[in-house]
Write a protein that binds this ligand. Structure first.
Ligand code: HPA
Length: 261
């Protein structure tokens, strides 16, 4: 029996429509997740919610315990995960307020605990990560976005950067040359850990600003603008998440990443 997990990013530390049944502090071999897991029903359908940055938004991207978060969701029977991720837009289509379901990642993060595979005397295993998101979950996200009337970009390259600082103009130009369409701070190692543990994981990326030096951010990234856009975009995402909650996860086994291609 599948179950949906929602990892909320910046601006999404709680779900107003969620009828909470209980909260649970989970311990994992990797320590504690960002906060208690919140169990409840969204539009009458069971989901598990976790605020990536903690409920008071106090955990910066480079200090999130990604392993504990993913392990805890897995241990509570979650089979499918949608990550809500705010990004800076690099591609001209991804200005503030635009949504995207990325299909690729470039990882520029460093110093994060990025694998469950620790030395244990077992032979080294290399996981395929050609397609870093679960295609079945990506399709669920795209369907939910369509159902709620959202226009969204299907596919794009997510550049995962270390943060918490924003980038320089030259760094964004380099990311653009590398082929990145958007930049965010939390996509990795989260996506890879989900793959390692067997969760069907995809992200809905919400652009909250032009990346440094692009279009409306030529003189700098306006943090006030980020806040305003974030509030508006998160309101729209509530309906998308409710639509995702209504989908049937029982009949969709965690899919191979290239399923449906
Ligand atoms: N850069 C990195 N991460 C982000 C940005 C950005 O411009 N906006 C939202 N998350």
């Amino acid at each position: 029996m599948g179950k949906l997990g929602i990892i909320g990013g910046s601006g999404l530390t709680q779900l107003p429509g969620l009828a909470v049944t209980h909260r649970q502090v989970i311990r994992t071999p990797f320590g504690e997740p960002s906060g208690p897991l919140i169990f409840g029903e969204l539009d009458g359908h069971p989901i598990v919610f976790l605020a990536r940055h903690g409920h008071g938004h106090t955990i910066p991207p480079h200090l999130v315990n990604y392993r504990a978060n993913i392990q805890a969701l897995h241990d509570q029977g979650v089979s499918h995960v949608v990550s809500v991720a705010t990004v800076g837009g690099i591609h001209p289509d991804l200005g503030p307020g635009r949504l995207c379901v990325p299909d690729q990642i470039i990882d520029y993060t460093h110093g994060r605990e990025s694998t469950f595979a620790e030395y244990n005397g077992k032979p080294v295993h290399h996981e395929d990560f050609t397609w870093p998101y679960c295609e079945a979950m990506r399709q669920h996200c795209l369907r939910a976005l369509r159902q709620t009337g959202e226009v969204c970009r299907d596919g794009g390259v997510y550049a995962a950067v270390q943060g918490p600082r924003l980038e320089t103009r030259a760094e964004i130009e380099r990311l653009a040359r590398d082929g990145a369409d958007m930049v965010g701070m939390t996509g990795m190692p989260e996506a890879y850990l989900a793959r390692e543990i067997g969760l069907c994981y995809a992200a809905v990326a919400a652009s909250v600003n032009w990346a440094a030096g692009r279009e409306g951010s030529t003189t700098g990234v306006s943090l006030h603008g980020v806040e305003t856009t974030l509030t508006r975009v998160v309101e729209r995402l509530h309906a998308v998440l409710a639509s995702l909650a209504r989908m049937d996860y029982a009949s969709v086994p965690p899919a191979m990443p290239d399923a449906g291609r």
